[in-house]
Design a protein around this ligand. Structure first.
Ligand code: HAM
Length: 424
């Protein structure tokens, strides 16, 4: 066989058992998020490029290197969304929700696109589940949002997590800090790695993101940002910490946590898998009190996070699922048909059974033994057999796989008979 087409690098096919795992997690997450008062939002996968350039920020890896941007036939500059916070803020403003009283709490699930170097846990199309709570500046909300993220992990049984929290100040205190960091770094420029040398010009705060040991040692000589924030940011941070303690959340203060997107103010946080050398950040988020205004709305505080779905699933099930060895979707009843009239007979009566259970009609025309075996591998409890005699008499032979018992059942009595076996 010659495979003509392959999926683009950095993308994945999710199917069979792995798909069941995804669905299970997604269903659980919806329930958790709705219990925390979030309502679902779906925004387009494409947005105007400018939205991300201005909100995520020039000088970030996402905007500078990772966006799938293109010009449409109509000449619009569009981008496949690399994240969803900017889209939610855009939707909040465009749909006139600034007039809604209280905090607007949204959640989303869906694909994001970043042209990053693919590796384990890092894809070019990946999925996030995230929340955005818009309209409250309370530090208690920061703590509740972090608690929400942890509830998502708890509900699917993800353990061994590390919660890191920091504050990165606001437009009042950060510019002076960034400026002094930049002039300090420029003086010892040549001792930094190449990436840091570029970052100190475009986005100096991201120097703290560097994984190079040498750069880390140099940065130990400069006070991290949490020491330099203004009194308001410092008091906000103190109250976030107080609320986290009151909620009994275990966290680590990490003064080096700066995050890779530009819109954050005050609280930033990440949740990562401990003892995991691969891409370990499972969740990232924080406050972005200036973004709504920056996108043209009234000054409105907000906070949120996004969880990387692939990474959580890999944390829960480190062994990849092999589609070749993966079982197909399960059914309760397999209808085994000897010929085409029997297949039609089965199809006509399958609908009534599908009102209360999962039914597959085998239309392959293969031998009875193979069809029954197929029922077994699909997890069926019952096989319903039909050939020309059954079609003529208006019945099915009902075989209960656990016991091997077989009885003839009329089509009128079929639902009740199947139900009785399934419920026994
Ligand atoms: P982020 O840190 O860029 O934040 O992404 C959040 C999470 O998405 C990461 O922790 C990771 O689990 C996952 N992720 C990111 N890039 C990839 C990738 N290439 N492959 C697989 N997984 C990936 C945001 O996106 C912000 N919008 C979070 C936020 C919401 N802040 C406030 N509200």
């Amino acid at each position: 066989m010659e495979i003509r087409y392959r999926r683009p690098r950095g993308t994945r096919d999710v199917m069979l058992e792995e798909m069941e795992r995804w669905r299970d997690c997604e269903e659980r997450w919806r329930r958790v998020l709705e219990r925390f008062g979030f309502g679902e939002i779906r925004t387009p996968l494409i947005e105007s490029t400018d939205l991300f350039v201005r909100s995520v920020g020039e000088g970030t890896d996402v905007v500078d290197k990772e966006m799938y941007s293109f010009q449409s036939k109509g000449g619009e500059n569009l981008t496949l969304r690399p994240e969803a916070t900017a889209s939610v803020v855009r939707a909040y403003l465009e749909n006139g929700l600034t007039r809604q009283p209280g905090t607007m709490k949204f959640y989303y699930m869906g694909p994001m696109f970043r042209y990053d170097r693919p590796q384990a846990g890092r894809y070019r199309q990946f999925h996030q589940v995230g929340v955005e709570a818009i309209g409250s500046s309370s530090p208690v909300l920061d703590a509740e949002v972090i608690r929400t993220a942890l509830a998502l992990f708890e509900d699917v049984g993800a353990e061994n997590l590390n919660v890191q929290v920091n504050t990165i100040g606001c437009k009042v205190c950060r510019p002076a800090y960034v400026e002094s960091l930049q002039s300090w770094a420029r003086e010892i420029r040549s001792r930094f790695c190449e990436t840091c040398q570029a970052r100190m010009e475009t986005n100096p705060l991201r120097l703290f993101d560097c994984k190079e040991e040498g750069c880390g040692e140099l940065l130990a000589g400069f006070d991290p940002i949490d020491q330099s924030v203004c009194a308001d940011c410092s008091s906000h941070h103190g109250r976030v910490i107080e609320a986290l303690d009151a909620l009994e959340v275990t966290y680590h203060a990490d003064p080096l946590l700066v995050r890779g997107l530009d819109y954050y103010t005050r609280t930033t946080f990440e949740i990562s898998a401990r003892n995991d050398t691969r891409q370990s950040a499972l969740c990232g988020g924080g406050r972005y009190d200036e973004l709504v205004e920056q996108c043209g709305g009234p000054s409105t505080p907000a906070v949120g996070f996004s969880v990387g779905v692939e990474r959580v699933l890999q944390h829960l099930w480190p062994e990849p699922v092999d589609p070749q060895r993966s079982r197909q979707s399960l059914v309760d009843v397999m209808m085994v048909c000897l010929d085409q009239p029997a297949q039609i007979h089965a199809l006509r009566h399958a609908d009534r059974l599908r009102e209360f259970c999962r039914v597959e009609v085998d239309t392959t025309g293969r031998g009875i033994k193979a069809q029954i075996k197929g029922g077994n591998t699909r997890g069926a409890s019952i096989v319903l057999l039909a050939g020309s005699d059954e079609v003529a008499a208006g019945l099915f032979q009902m075989k209960t796989l656990a016991t091997g018992d077989q009885v003839a059942v009329t089509v009128e009595a079929l639902s009740a008979a199947v139900r009785e076996v399934l419920e026994s």
